[in-house]
Write a protein that binds this ligand. Structure first.
Ligand code: HEC
Ligand code: HEC
Length: 346
């Protein structure tokens, strides 16, 4: 190390030029600094030029030694050297490995989850919903389950997915339910699956009757049921609706029956194409009717598929309920509805 890397050593603020000591001519011992103090390196060139022999500062030497020791300790403690012949490596005295570290962290997480999971197993979906802690847990852990099993059809966060025939799978984050939005309805839907069935009418009704019925259905949605009932332009359709089999499934008020999953025909929410042509097609060919042109609506049974445990299905029921559209069982109505709308607002 040359002295100019250590300018503060002599403390006199000398410049580099001054550091180069001009040896006295005739000085026999070039190691001896004639000014006393630091010796020179003994290397003389150009007849009379020599360097001071300054030592690196103590802190620097200590640092160097400490880092050398650190390297050796680290190297021995952690996996370090590959052993190419046996296709393995020196595993280190500490026995550390990234996988062990990950497993330790995972078992910590599992311990926390385990507490909730154990509790969940023996509770009904309604009881889970009544427990704030568990509901919070399910709201967080259900996301992955929903993403893996449901989002492909129902969309992220249950926003629904569409194809050219309309909604491919219903929106789950609103309060419009085919099969009911109470927690037990949702649980039954997920575990058992659903498959609404509407017969095709292309043989039982004339093209004119289908046309009229479709106009009436569209008027109920566009203008409201009462207005449509009074509308002379659609009275022919109303007659078809009331006198054929429509009321058996959709009800005389046309608001649908949850037991059958028959759609509410008086609202503005369309499961399938809601244009006049689209409605005519639904009436003519039905839903899951077996007709080649039928509309298809199949919610798979997740119990049958064996892909989800009962605890998972319960979690999903609570998760879907908490999208905001969940409907309270009658007695708990005000508190539950407030909780549900608080979630929607988030
Ligand atoms: C293959 C597509 C598909 C998958 C996967 C799927 N669903 Fe469905 N789901 C549907 C269809 C289609 C319907 C409507 C059935 C009908 O109209 O009769 C439906 C209906 C529902 C309903 C009833 C909606 C209502 O208005 O009453 C709920 C709740 C539901 N699904 C939840 C889920 C959950 C939770 C999952 C994941 C575990 C899931 N679905 C996975 C296609 C799917
Ligand atoms: C056997 C029961 C049944 C009968 C009879 C029936 N429907 Fe339906 N209908 C359903 C079901 C179930 C659905 C909902 C399918 C789904 O979304 O899964 C439906 C859906 C519809 C839809 C589509 C609603 C939407 O949101 O896209 C229309 C329109 C409709 N029905 C009209 C009629 C008319 C008009 C008649 C009489 C001519 C009729 N239905 C008779 C069961 C029935």
């Amino acid at each position: 190390m040359s002295e100019d890397q250590n300018p503060s050593r002599d403390g006199k603020g000398q410049t580099r030029a001054q550091h180069i000591h001009r040896a006295e001519s005739g000085n026999r011992n070039p190691y001896q600094n004639p000014d006393g103090g630091v010796t020179t390196t003994g290397h003389v060139w150009d007849d009379d030029l020599a360097d001071f022999n300054n030592q690196p500062p103590r802190w620097w030497m200590l640092g160097l030694t400490a880092s050398l020791i650190w390297v050796v300790v680290y190297w021995l403690f952690y996996p370090s050297v590959p052993v190419p012949s046996s296709n393995t490596y020196f595993k280190g005295l500490g026995g550390w490995s990234a996988i062990k570290e990950m497993e330790a962290e995972k078992s910590e997480v599992d311990a926390v989850r385990g507490k909730y999971e154990a509790k969940l197993k023996d509770l009904t979906p309604a009881a889970i919903l009544a427990d704030n802690d568990l509901t919070e847990y399910v709201k967080r852990s259900g996301k992955v389950l929903f993403g893996d099993n449901c989002a492909a059809c129902h969309g992220t966060n249950g926003v629904g997915t569409r194809d050219k025939e309309g909604l491919f799978a219903p929106v789950l984050n609103d309060d419009d339910w085919l099969y009911g939005g109470k927690i037990d309805d949702i649980y039954t839907t997920i575990s058992g699956g659903r498959q609404g069935m509407m017969v095709a009418h292309k043989d039982s009704l004339s093209a004119q009757q289908i046309d009229d019925a479709a106009k009436y259905v569209k008027a109920m949605s566009d203008e409201g049921k009462n207005k449509a009932d009074a509308d002379s332009a659609v009275t022919a359709g109303k007659k078809v609706f009331m006198e054929s089999d429509c009321t058996a499934c959709h009800g005389a008020d046309a608001k649908g029956m949850q037991a059958m999953g028959s759609a509410n025909l008086t609202d503005k929410i369309w499961r399938f194409d809601g244009s006049l042509e689209g409605i005519k097609q639904t009436i003519a060919y039905g839903v899951n009717s077996g007709d080649p042109k039928t509309r298809v609506a199949i919610m798979p049974s997740f119990t049958e598929a064996g892909k989800l445990s009962d605890a998972d299905i319960k979690k999903l029921a609570v998760y879907v309920y908490k999208f905001g559209g969940g409907q309270a069982d009658a007695p708990a109505a005000p508190a539950q509805a407030a909780a549900a709308s608080a979630v929607t607002a988030k």
